[in-house]
Design a protein around this ligand. Structure first.
Ligand code: SAH
Length: 353
């Protein structure tokens, strides 16, 4: 392997950071050997912090109604072909009741920015979930809201919030979003979530239109400095009814390469092998774990909602609402030496590590 790349990998493993120029060089210097070296180091680190445990999150897609118009997303407001739905609090609670006996101890409520879900409604829902199952964590992934709203939902019992920054390059952000959305608001939300006491997740798509390795280097620098508790990255996949329909999908191997780098930067980070990775490759989630990820997020949404929550083409559509599905996932993880555990799966603090 190129000695320079090998030295960069050593430096990353030892110091947990590189300069932006060095991240860029590491990305441009991709080879299967470099990927293997990174993956070996990353899985060693994961093993040291989390052993062979894989955390599961029950994903509940509560609504595909969205006021936003992100150019990449299949549930964007302008997509008139999207059949819209929203789940009532009762339906969401029913998903939780399905997931709990299957071993889920974290529930992720994700959806479009749908004004039906007022602070009052969500606070009541979160409180009901926590009252029924005090041993569970509730994660929200409901887009940008005001800091008062973040506070209210946190007070109601929400533990974590996922809000991908999407790209750390402001000019690129503008190319992926309508004029009404702003990079600074997205970033300010992340800061506000942290100040409110959430475990916070950021993240980005790999291979989104016009993305360069210089931009990815910026994403890595941002993640290194922001130190998120969770980090969601997955390949961009085009959706046939969006302006990005003709762009090609991101790469599974590059996504895995980035997962390894992020694990080395932040040994304790909760790092999912995402649905998008599983969509592009039949063993995508296993590949993600083997690159250093330690979380999988099976889908607990009702089958009908799963079909309609179509962020991108052919989104992996298998649910986890039966013991059989969870068993299959368990077997898949066992086949690569990992074990799904039934716990909240909170982030380990450096002191515990
Ligand atoms: N409304 C919420 C949830 C968005 S969906 C929010 O704004 O955070 C969750 C993630 O799916 C997005 O953050 C985005 O990174 C990803 N996503 C959306 N469209 C995608 C596509 N076409 N390919 C891959 N990932 C996509």
């Amino acid at each position: 392997m190129d000695l320079r790349i090998s030295n960069l990998i050593d430096k990353l493993a030892k110091t947990r950071c590189l300069t932006e120029t060095e991240y860029n060089a590491l990305l441009d210097g991709y080879t299967p050997e470099a990927a293997q070296q990174l993956a070996t180091l990353a899985t060693d680190v994961r093993q040291r912090i989390y052993g062979n445990e894989i955390f599961i999150r029950g994903l509940i897609e509560i609504s595909n109604i969205c006021r936003n118009d992100c150019l990449y997303c299949g549930i964007r407001r302008s997509n008139a072909k999207c059949t819209r739905y929203r789940l009532t609090p009762e339906e969401i609670l029913a998903c939780v009741e399905t997931g709990y006996p299957l071993g889920f101890r974290t529930f992720v409520l994700q959806g479009g920015e749908d004004s039906y879900y007022t602070d009052d409604l969500l606070a009541g829902l979160i409180a009901s979930i926590k009252a029924a199952h005090p041993d569970c964590a509730v994660t929200l992934s409901l887009g940008e809201r005001g800091s008062d709203s973040f506070r209210r939902l946190r007070d109601a019992g929400a533990d974590r919030y996922l809000l991908r920054h999407e790209t750390a390059d402001e000019a690129h952000y503008k190319m992926l979003h309508p004029a009404a959305m702003s990079y600074s608001n997205r970033m300010n939300c992340l800061v506000s979530l942290r100040e409110t006491g959430y475990q916070v997740g950021c993240g980005f798509m790999v291979g989104s239109p016009w993305q360069t390795s210089a931009m990815l280097a910026k994403d890595l620098k941002f993640i290194e400095q922001f130190k998120p508790d969770m980090c969601g990255i997955g390949p961009f996949i085009p959706h046939h009814d969006t302006p990005f329909r003709d762009f090609s999908a991101g790469s599974v191997t590059l996504t895995c390469y980035l997962l390894s780098i992020i694990r080395l930067m932040h040994p304790t980070v909760l790092l999912p092998a995402t649905t998008a990775l599983g969509t592009l490759h039949p063993e995508g989630r296993e590949l993600g774990i083997l690159a250093g990820a330690n979380v999988v997020m099976p889908n607990l949404s009702p089958a009908d909602a799963r079909k309609k929550y179509e962020l991108y083409n052919n989104k992996l559509n298998t649910g986890a609402e039966s013991a059989q599905h969870v068993d299959e996932l368990r077997q898949r993880m066992r086949s690569i030496g990992c074990e799904i555990v039934s716990s909240r799966g909170d982030v380990r603090r450096a002191a515990d590590a």
